[in-house]
Design a binder for this molecule. Sequence first.
Ligand code: SF4
Ligand code: SF4
Length: 113
Amino acid sequence: MLEECSLCGLCKANCPIFDVLLKETDSPRGKIFSLKKDVITEDVLEKCSLCNSCKLNCPVDIDLPSLIREARKKLLEEKESERNRKMINNIRKFGNPFGELQEGETPEELYCC
Ligand code: SF4
Ligand code: SF4
């Protein structure tokens, strides 16, 4: 789908986020560009209300809201697995998910699975 975008910018006219922020990177076209280059950031992904307005003017029916939903899901999965990994390591190393020694404990006294 991304390949079909000609970066014409017609979608910018309907975007309420671009209307307020007036920043190309936050516009629908900017988001498409970042998605194409695989450099979209969490900050830019947050700046979309999924209102679907950008679809109205698009000559090639790019469904940017769906692409943003997918990118958010992927980001969440990556963050979740990183968080889980840290938690598991903390439980193994410190005996608790927070990575903290309890009062009076030394690492050697901790149960390790
Ligand atoms: S998403 Fe559609 S309207 Fe927006 S820049 Fe791409 S082709 Fe143009
Ligand atoms: S769906 Fe997102 S990018 Fe598209 S017009 Fe709405 S706020 Fe802008």
